[in-house]
Design a protein around this ligand. Structure first.
Ligand SMILES: Nc1ncnc2c1ncn2[C@@H]1O[C@H](COP(=O)(O)OP(=O)(O)OP(=O)(O)O)[C@@H](O)[C@H]1O
Length: 269
């Protein structure tokens, strides 16, 4: 893992979005987002279902096209300067997808594939060591040779995070890494992200609730209907909402049926 050096802190910020607007089909999903994330920050992106969190992180990493405004990563525009964006410094773990996809592969093979790019088709001994190191970071070094098909959902999520970590990113973007995974995996991921934070990695993490990452998050950005409605200290839950016995039922943005889920800080603002 690379540790922030003095040079980097003087450079362009890892993330800068200005007036970021994204239209998908007939919907305007993001509406004029301004967001700067500085070196070494750990930022949680919160919001109700459908508020635009996934679309925002996808547009930051160039997966979803920007309709208006701009996004820069380390000072390079992801639309007009895509070739010069330092992609090797960026790790992205999309919202829960299965690591197996029906293809038998060991955890080590899945993680090693994170080192492949258009120019590199062999991993080599150094790559193997990096992949083992990444698996150790998520607490799965002892499962390296096991097929990911036999892993739990949480363990698969940890493999996918190791796949992003093997590139030793300076900026790690995670979309709902804690959703629907077992407690042991949640705690393992919280330890991983804490270690990355301590080493100076910039982390942007989409969350439904702060949960295990609460102690780490110093800044929360909350979206509602594609706009930033809060950017600052973690919002305080409404009275009773931090009680584990509290029942939560909130409408999906856009008017769909209510969804039932765990405590959600974001809709209390
Ligand atoms: N490709 C698409 N075409 C049209 N609309 C889309 C597309 N992708 C997302 N949307 C819409 O954009 C809105 C925001 O979706 P997004 O997935 O970004 O929300 P989210 O905050 O991440 O939600 P969740 O917490 O449920 O994952 C939703 O209303 C969704 O239906």
């Amino acid at each position: 893992m690379r540790v922030s050096g003095p040079d980097r802190s003087r450079g362009a910020p890892p993330v800068r979005a200005e007036d970021l607007t994204v239209v998908l089909g007939a919907s305007t999903v993001l509406r004029g987002i301004d967001l700067t994330i500085r070196d070494g920050e750990t930022v949680a992106l919160l919001g109700a279902n459908g508020s635009g969190k996934s679309t925002l992180v996808k547009s930051l990493v160039g997966v979803v096209p920007v309709t208006r405004g701009r996004v820069q990563l380390y000072g390079q525009d992801v639309t007009t300067q895509a070739r010069t964006v330092p992609w090797s410094r960026v790790g992205y773990v999309p919202q829960r997808v299965t690591a197996t996809a029906g293809v038998p592969a060991t955890a080590l093979e899945v993680v090693s594939s994170g080192l492949l790019d258009g120019r590199r088709f062999r991993i080599g001994r150094a790559g193997h060591a990096r992949a083992m190191d990444a698996l150790a970071q998520v607490g799965l070094a002892d499962r390296a040779r096991d097929s990911v098909q036999v892993f739990s959902g949480g363990q698969q999520q940890r493999v996918l995070i190791a796949r992003a970590l093997v590139r030793r990113p300076d900026l790690l973007v995670l979309d709902e890494p804690l959703a629907g995974i077992d407690r042991e995996s949640k705690e393992a991921l919280a330890r991983t992200i804490t270690a990355l934070h301590d080493a100076g990695t910039t982390v942007l993490v989409v969350l439904h609730e702060l949960g295990e990452l609460g102690p780490l998050v110093e800044r929360c950005v909350v979206l509602r209907h594609g706009r930033v409605i809060h950017d600052g200290q973690p919002p305080r839950p409404a009275a009773g909402h931090d009680d584990p016995a509290h029942e939560h039922e909130h409408a999906h943005e856009g008017g769909a049926a209510p969804v039932h889920h765990a405590p959600d800080l974001t809709v209390e603002l």
